[in-house]
Design a protein. Sequence first.
Lengths: 475, 398
Amino acid sequence: MVGIASCGVYLPRYRMDRAVLYEAVASWLNPAALLPGERTVANWDEDSLTMGVEAARDCLGEEREGIGAVYFATTTPPYAERMNAAILATALDLGEEVKTADFTGSPAAGLRALLSAFEEAREGKRVLVVASDCRRGRAGSLQEAMYGDAAAAVLVGEERLARLEGFHSLSQDFPDYWRVEGEVFTRSWEDRWIREEGYFKFLRLSVQGLLGKHGLEPSRISRVALPPLFPRDHPRLARELGFSPEQVQPSLFEQVGNAGAAHPLLLLAAALEEVEPGGKVVVAGYGAGSDSLLLTVTGKGGGKVRRALARRKELNSYERYLAWREMMPVEKGLRGEEIAPTSLSLSWRERRAILALVGARCRACGVPQYPPQRVCVACGGTDLEPYRFSDRRGRIFSYTEDMLAFSVNRPAIYGIVDFEGGGRFWFDFTDCEAGELRVGAPVRMSFRRKYVDPVRGIVTYFWKAVPEVGDGDQG
Amino acid sequence: MGIKDKVAIVGMGCTRFGERWDAGYEDLIVEAFQEALEDAGMEKEDIEMAWLGTCFEEVFAGKSALPLSVTLKLPFIPVTRVENFCATGSEALRAACYAVASGACEVALALGVEKLKDVGYGGLPEFGAAMGSKNRIIFPNVTAPGAFAMMAVRYFDTYGLSPERGREVLAKISVKSHRNGAKNPKAHLRREIKVEEALGAPIIAWPLGLYDCCGVSDGAAAAIVVRAEKAREYREDPVYVKAMQVATSSGEELLYRWDGCHVETTVRAARRAYQEAGVQDPRRELDLLEVHDCFSITELVTYEDLGISPRGKAAEDVEAGFFELDGEIPCQPDGGLKCFGHPIGASGLRMVYEIYKQLQGKAGPRQLRDPRLGLTHNLGGFPPMSVVSVCLFGLDRG
């Protein structure tokens, strides 16, 4: 038998009330299409991969042993060629004997990666599945209001949280949403057609097919997690499938938005935190058909979804959101346009230091240091071992808010971090605003975009410090 | 060990610093060199060896010493370029002095020059390419004001200064330098300012505002040095090198152990310089200072690092007027980096130029009364990752 060992989620800190969006683009909208609630917005230095790394860390904690494969599912992979799952595995410092694969092409990629992981796990492997999406819609489009940025991760293997009972998949080339090579924005066919011919029909087929396979009535299910479409469709779908409102896992559409490939895994994580052991959970996804899976809960998740929802800051500027998503040309200044060459051979050689924040610890005197030193900074010894800083928390030794330095989100906030257990280095600070910091404030490390080299087409990733100074940080 | 009284400066030159839109690096080199040559009463052919100090070659004239030798048409003598961040000018002088002290030559030239104002934006050129591919990935997008601002945050926090109080102390340092700079015809910024003006200026990198930052300037400065025993053959009032020390960070401050409110390389270089020159009590023995006030906070901690003000007490000396032109130890009589300006490669030599003129009694309206011993402090890099030169110059040959 295979099951779910742990789950993790990541929501970016920023939330935009859809009213902010509508106010900015009011005259372009069809009033009939207004949506309630808020959506998550990835910070300017986040993308599907960085959010995926954060969800994976939330899932694994400090656990790194025995993971045989890493699957990364997204419709918004930062790299079209260069395996994103391999960058993710390197950032997690999982070692070299890990099979990596990217799943993409549809929001269905999230659940399909999970189903593949269950099959792989039958051979005794533990598989980490990470689903993440950071989709852009044209200014004023329905997609822009619907989408939310999020990531979720599931470690498939032993049945610590749940046991897989079975699944039912239905694959269709249903052209509801599409985007050809080189395009940034998703196109769609008429929303009424998508709802009636796609969403309702496919989900009915897959959920009823799953229940039929297992001879279960809807009433036997403790919780059903259905994907969101429009707010009123979600309860209608549940009703038509024969579920009562209290059986339905809230869709998070009004807190997060539609998180694409990440959404079913996000709802799965939420359900496993709420359903008592012994209960049965159905998770369904929509896209290129529909997939459903049935789980029996064996343990209790740890409030991660609640914590992610509580960690929030309102983004009240639509223009700032446009700048973050590179949808509006923003003045960079000559300083900001100066791009020094990026060396990929160097990045490869130093991959553990850069992508996994692995420094060194002196075997003689025990002092941790970053970046890895050849000669110990404390005792001069030359026998040093790798030491990972990414999971170490730290405190702000000093900081500044720099108006001269180029940043997409001025001022550039950076400072010096002292790690618990030793080690000190300078880092960019992110997810914070000028005036929020103080000496001694706690920080945790977060995997982010460092810069984009537009000449060579390279997205460079590194770690930044997130000061824990806002709502939900202590959750 | 050391070179105390082995080398003397017999000629110096310094251009007007500022936004020299009119001048290329060749013009700046010629301007500083001609003044130094005339001051020494020498011919170009008397120069046996030369060192060129320049930092940002990518916005200047490229690498190597060729920009100096070709501009001046130096006749196939050995010329070498040196670079050590903002301490570059001091390093050019150190090389020239060591050459003379060692007996390798009789007469050597040190010339520092920087042409910064062809970059296209304010501040120093972006460090991206200068810091190397790996550091560019792992370091924040640091600017000089940002790096030094972090020392101010730390200093305020450590010594219990509120941001308002700390910024006011820093403003007073800048007000003093502006007052001095206004008296200096070669200075970039020649305008007196008030504390309120400094405090009300835009923030560049918190807590540092515009008036906490030095000028970014074009300029050049030069020195001609000879063996001390021959100095009086060139002039009546040569200035003798009493100490010349450099300290370079070990990595300890950046990665391991540092309080964030001092510069260890200054402490180390000063300690060795005082030893070399035989200075027991710098607060009593020094007559004037030219310190590396790239930012007001740097000047504040340097008072302490040089052993002049007690730790955490420099603000008291600032408020008592200790470093004013009419104070006990005038600091930045020429306006400092703050107002004379900061063409990186030239700054170390510009500091020496002021000491040299003051000791000779030729500093015009800002002339001090009978100074005998002056100190230059030239800092390159960021506080915990720095190279610092501390030099002492005297009028009397011991």
